[in-house]
Design a binder for this molecule. Structure first.
Ligand SMILES: [Zn+2]
Length: 356
């Protein structure tokens, strides 16, 4: 994990260096080969709805390679299938999966901290029951629309941030397993546990979901062994990342990520900006470094209009976020740097359009 002791780099330079490092790793032949092999062995498509909270990093805490889990981020993990575009986003992903002969797993999440309610979800005023109820409702919407079977399955997971532990909620409300309490680690035992939690899940899906579960159990053991101080699990973010294509951001507690899905984008951006300003005021983030607003849009093809459209999107996102911050959290402006970028989906490399 990187630390931020290097005072000679500006926040933006630091981010670009981080991206360059991850991009080199992601696009190396070794990583490409590994991903392809993983995809052949575990073809399951995974979509995860998550809060924008910077402490939540599902790939990191399940030891899953980048590019396997498709993250969807908003304040509190709040999404509704009825929102404009959501039907297309999920429906298109589902159709794509079917064309590739793959199944689709949707994970609706909420988060909390076992040690202290105050470290819970700011998007739900630290009310864990409300956050869980909302995520459960989101899962229900997916079950109602896409069904629950071999091609599409939806589950509810709690993310406990003190230990980075997943809490698996089964199909029946009373079946709950906190992975920090699981001592069995053999494939057979874990498979039996998942089968009990998700009686309708296909064997293929259980086989592909299992590495995430095993990875999280391993990660929890490492967190325990490291005796991570509580100071590292309160908010320390200094980046507001707005848009899509941030999975290279593999560093926990650095960025608050806001996806472009909420029809009311003003509130998630204002909430994120408020958290960042408090981080500065309460000295959990460096005043000297300040805060970086990163706007990013991914593109898949350099030829044609794809990249140009991504540039337009990134510029609009930057202008919109700046306008919201100016109107809602003006105290952040003196500390704000901006990075407008597009991301090459093939390499995860950022291209800088503008920086201030
Ligand atoms: Zn949250």
């Amino acid at each position: 994990m990187t630390t931020y002791d290097n005072q000679t780099l500006s926040g933006i330079d630091h981010l670009l260096e981080l991206n360059a490092r991850h991009s080199r790793g992601f696009s190396s032949e070794a990583a490409r080969g590994e991903r392809r092999l993983y995809r052949v062995r575990h073809p399951l498509e995974i979509i995860a709805y998550k809060c924008m909270d910077g402490r939540l990093n599902l790939s990191f805490i399940t030891k899953t390679a980048l590019g396997i889990i498709q993250p969807m981020r908003n304040v509190g993990g709040r999404f509704r299938l009825g929102w404009p575009m959501m039907r297309e986003v999920v429906g298109n992903h589902y159709e794509y999966s079917l064309r590739k002969g793959r199944a689709c797993l949707v994970i609706a999440t909420y988060h909390f901290a076992r040690g202290d309610d105050h470290r819970g979800c700011a998007g739900f005023n630290k009310d864990t029951a409300a956050a869980r109820a909302f995520a459960s409702g989101l899962k229900r919407q997916h079950v109602d629309v896409f069904g629950q079977g071999a091609a599409f399955y939806s589950i509810l997971i709690g993310i406990e941030t003190d230990l980075d532990a997943l809490v698996l909620h089964g199909d029946r409300e009373e079946d709950v397993v906190d992975l920090s309490t699981v001592t069995a680690t053999s494939t057979e035992d874990l498979e039996a546990m998942l089968r009990k939690l998700y009686p309708g899940m296909s064997n293929d899906m259980i086989r592909d979901f299992l590495p995430l579960v095993a990875g999280n159990i391993e990660h929890i053991a490492e967190v325990r062994a490291a005796h991570r101080p509580v100071a590292n699990v309160v908010h320390r973010e200094w980046v507001l990342a707005f848009g899509r294509g941030f999975d290279w951001f593999h560093e926990p507690n650095t960025a608050i990520i806001v996806g472009p899905f909420d029809p009311d984008l003003r509130s998630p951006i204002a909430t994120a900006a408020g958290i960042l300003l408090r981080n500065l005021e309460e000295k959990r983030a460096s005043l000297e470094r300040g805060v970086v607003l990163v706007s990013s849009a991914p593109f898949h093809e350099r030829a044609g209009y794809d990249r140009a459209a991504a540039c337009e999107k990134a510029r609009w996102q930057d202008e919109y976020a700046l306008q919201v911050i100016t109107e809602e959290v003006p105290g952040l402006l003196p500390h704000l740097h901006r990075l407008v970028s597009v991301m090459d989906a093939d390499t995860r490399a950022l291209e800088v359009l503008e920086r201030t």
